[in-house]
Design a protein around this ligand. Sequence first.
Ligand code: UT7
Length: 334
Amino acid sequence: MNKKAGILGTGSYLPKKIIDNFHFEKLMDTSDEWIKTRTGISERRVVDENETTSYLSTKAALEAMKCANLNPQEVDLIIVATATPDMIFPSTACLVQENIGAINAAAFDISVACSGFIYAMTIAKQFVENNTYKNILVIGAETLSKVLDYEDRTTAILFGDGAGAVVIGEVNEGGILSTHLGSDGKGKDFLSIPAGGSKLPASKETVENKLHTIQMSGNDVYKFAVRIMGEASLKALELANLDANSIDYLIPHQANIRIIEASAKRLKLSMDKVYVNLDKYGNMSAASVPVALDEAFKQGKINKGDNIVLVGFGGGLTWGASVINWSIQGGKYE
Ligand code: UT7
């Protein structure tokens, strides 16, 4: 009998410090009103000086392991999806491996920007189903506040910090029914951090020109996102032999409320079947989907047997969607 991979536990961690929209009114020509109506964001979480992506990842991972009732020694692989690793290398996953004492685990990072969590989950699913590994920690984590230009009103207001994690392992019922991934490198310049790699190594000029911060063509990303979120979700449903009527709950990437509403409309879903937390956290890139998933599960919005669609898009350009038939009972968090 073939193995089926599913989610055994979820966790998340958000830094304590909250920055509301009014903070930006003091820094740049913007307003709470503009940010709320154009994006849906009211506030976001931001790390302090000593908090790193591996720190947030570790907290989220420990919560997911507790939920799955898993010891550190039982973790076989750790995958961290992030655009803001602690360092270029070693990987953030290796830092998490040490922090949690997962002495039997392999570890690596993947770089897929905001779609990273769904890509990482897809990799984990393969390893479980082909019998290579039993328990895999998949983490989406970001400290985007460290790569923002706080003089650029088109990006600074959008992003926040946080981490979400899941344990992927074998399930007897349900599980990850399908995943659909895609990319289009023609859109590479729409969303990027241009410097710090082999193309533009760090120099006085790259720092002066703020090339170590997020650069974005908001309108181009917006148009792409509105199209791809619906398309990718429908493709993942088709691969699972389901249609949009079968969706019990949608967990979309939290970039802009207008993008989320357009996606829901395309899938003919009412907004009460869609999880939204970007008002509190902004866009947390690879962390958005797993944090939303963890919160929806904790709040009892997702229950055993439900068909959940996860969908995300981001820099690359990249996108990913997955249909999961939920395998664990809600309210596990005492
Ligand atoms: O995870 C993926 C990451 N990125 C995204 O998902 C971004 C997707 N794009 C978006 O969410 C939207 O395009 C934005 C929220 C970034 C911008 O919203 P928009 O409705 O597309 O605005 P716009 O870019 O068309 O700009 C309209 C106006 C411009 O002024 P002018 O040229 O009309 O005078 C902007 O300069 O709004 C101005 N503007 C702002 N005004 C006040 C841009 N940012 C701000 C701001 N406050 N923060």
